[in-house]
Design a protein around this ligand. Sequence first.
Ligand SMILES: [Zn+2]
Length: 465
Amino acid sequence: MGKWRKAVLSGVMAASVLAVPLSVYEAPIAAKAATQALDNKVVQKIDAEKIYQHVSALSVGIGERVTGSEAERKAVDYIAAQYRSYGLDVNIQPFTFQTYEEAKEISIQIAGHSGKGLEPSVFKYSPNTPAEGATGEIMDAGLGRASDFAGKDAAGKIALIERGGITFAEKAANAAAAGAKAVLIYNNTTGPLKSSLPSSGNYVATLGLTKTEGEALKALIEKEQTVTATVKVLGGGMVTKTSHNVVAVKKAHKNHDTGQILYVGSHHDSVPGSPGASDNASGVAVNLEIARVLSSQQTDTEVRFLTFGAEEIGLLGSYHYVSTLTKEEIDRSIGMFNFDMVGSKNAGDMIMFTVDGERNVVTNTGASASSRVFKPLTYGKVGRSDHQPFHEGGIAAAVFSYAPLEPEYHQPTDTIDKISKEKMENMAKVVGAGVYQIARKDTPALERAQVAPKPAEPPFEERPL
Ligand SMILES: [Zn+2]
């Protein structure tokens, strides 16, 4: 077997020198048939029903899986249990992050008045007031410009400011700098006023009012001269939360260990308000199915199956994971296959994306595997998913997805009825065959470095994942 493989290797070497870089590499027929027989050890075991069941468990059974939430943790436990059932070594890796939590109690009480009718909103990133509230005289501070505070004593008062002219942040900062205890900004058009301050800076509690409310308060000040109010913003602010990655390791065979590491990754969190069936229960489901099928195959390469938390708020889980790798592990790492949004029947064609738009061992492997088990894939340039931290860490990486993007992306409509079993099955076959091609014993080195075709006209656009 070893010698026969070596003969194939020299054939591949000769042909690859002659191959035109822009065409899909075609192996000699005998070699191709042998590779396909090996592909079948994985491809024929891929079970679309099992993949679909994972999407159902994650997107229907659990539903939206917002970073740091109880539901995200349930998804982590579900995923870990699946990996364990395949006999993999599973580790749940926690990490913390800072996030803003909206205030739980918001109120404005006007002394001598019921306060009824005032329905303030709180600005995102508003500081809290003291527990007893911020009490002070309401002052009309115009548009909240520095000139509106000049020569006036705003210390200890509550600044009433009209929307317009300058930014909300400038108004709030000017009021705080003048010594105001709290800021009420009222709208200059119909509807409630709900906005955000910058996430850091010197601010005091800042609330939004409607135009009607603001004008009524202004009229009250003119009528009564001194109007005292107590503003409460309680229970909000930056909090530290915990999210988790799931790390499942399939070790190399102890007598056939190249020392190399491959990664298969997908994020398991979803955006608020969306059950995230395609984004990214589908990617996790395909990841799990490849793990199930590969777990019964002998490999000479360590394969780490990973699912990440906190992708949707800035790739936090994958950045954290890469930060835990030692230099020695990174040196042994040959590639990372990432799945993001691989299930919508409303998305376009299968494609690979790299951070720099250049091919690498992952796209080359994907291109050659896809030409054997599906149809030849092309690749493009997109970061902003979990392949990015690996790329930045010096590990060849690509995200496998479909383009153009589905219309239900990040919407409440990203539900299981939009899911295509066929799209997920094809993805599992392509990447399963590609990973196995590298990870199986005695793969000729050159088979790991075939050439992916470069698309002449990219059939995709830069987009988030
Ligand atoms: Zn995603």
